[in-house]
Design a protein around this ligand. Sequence first.
Ligand code: CTP
Length: 425
Amino acid sequence: MALNIVVGITGGIAAYKAVSVVRSLVLAGHDVHVVPTESALRFVGRPTLEAISRNPVHTDLFEGVAEVRHVAIGQAADLIVIAPATANSIAKLAAGLADDLLGNTVLASEAPVVVAPAMHTEMWRHPATQANIATLRERGVTVVGPAVGQLTGSDSGPGRLEEPDVIVRAALEVAERRAEAGGRRGAALTDRQDLAGRRIVVSAGGTREPLDPVRFLGNRSSGKQGVAIAEAAAARGADVTLVAANLEVSEPGGCRVRAVSTALELRDAMREASEGADAVVMAAAVADYRPATVSEGKIKKVDGEEHMTVELVRNPDILAELGASAHDGTLLVGFAAETEPDPERLVELARAKRRAKGADLLIVNRVGWSEGFAADENTVSVIGPDDAVVAEVVGSKVSVAHGILDIIAGRLAPGAAPTKEPHSA
Ligand code: CTP
């Protein structure tokens, strides 16, 4: 279906790459209207944009007043893609400012909005930018990138505009999901349904390995990040199974919950639930070892013995097992919580872990005595199949959940997978 697509271009060096975005959309048969900001035109010329888009290009609010252009473009749009989106334009979008044609177009539109940020790493990491990105995500905007890599100067880090083909694929996927979720217009902006028709399995919490009827070996995972991912995926239309290890949750956001306690129970539940799923996210903290024997009665201390030895045996590595089994069509996402303080070594550890476990994506965060676990804020890096850091996501666990799902949504096998029930459900 040919769509009416607005491509907003804002004023950054990466504006030249927007030409490829426009070109791909036009070649795919869509009707593309480019709305650059004035500063974008300092980086890429209007004639180029008109030639490539095959449509006139306007920036000025006071041109075309008779045809009420400032609202007409937005009202007619099926999809709005803003690439590159500078820190300034993201701030304006978050605040709902409309001092140029692009701002008016966005406000006058009910179409899904896809934003591809590009800026220097410091600007991307600035709390103001992160708060604005979180606002946009909460409002249902899809954020693609930024990629991590060489920036305009000698610096490198997160801030590079995502590759044009990745932006185009993600944007068309968003439009397709919106269309499937009940029409091109009319759906509220918050009503992003880009995971409709997808089946996603998320494990969360921490396993407990019993020693006796009253004691266990456990860990400090609060399950907050995993539950946030499950809830956000359900809100975006996915059919979600949450395999909850020792969590007090009752169907958050309409997820189907399977309560488990030990690593072996978690493994059985994951094997069953992940059959035919579109994505499996292993956010649970799994005990690597369990007591070799579980005492029937409460273990008593022995008078005079100052030391006690508990023999442990290895638990299966659930993620590695899933990674080793044929999982065609299922995107496998692992987590790594590491205490390594050096960011580069942290990423190296995560790369090695992703390869060892056969996961498609690995999400790494730093944990410590006072970081990570029960906190509401999180900072994660996402490692992709080619070992590249595909994104760095910062913010509340809810906002990070949406950021992770943006990456997952862009990498799911194409097309709407029919909702499949797990075999035994
Ligand atoms: N994981 C798993 N089964 C295990 C251990 C871990 O499925 N027995 C999964 C976790 O859910 C997570 C990923 O593997 O998605 C990494 O977990 P982590 O505890 O960081 O890795 P380990 O393999 O336990 O490595 P380490 O030796 O660093 O503890």
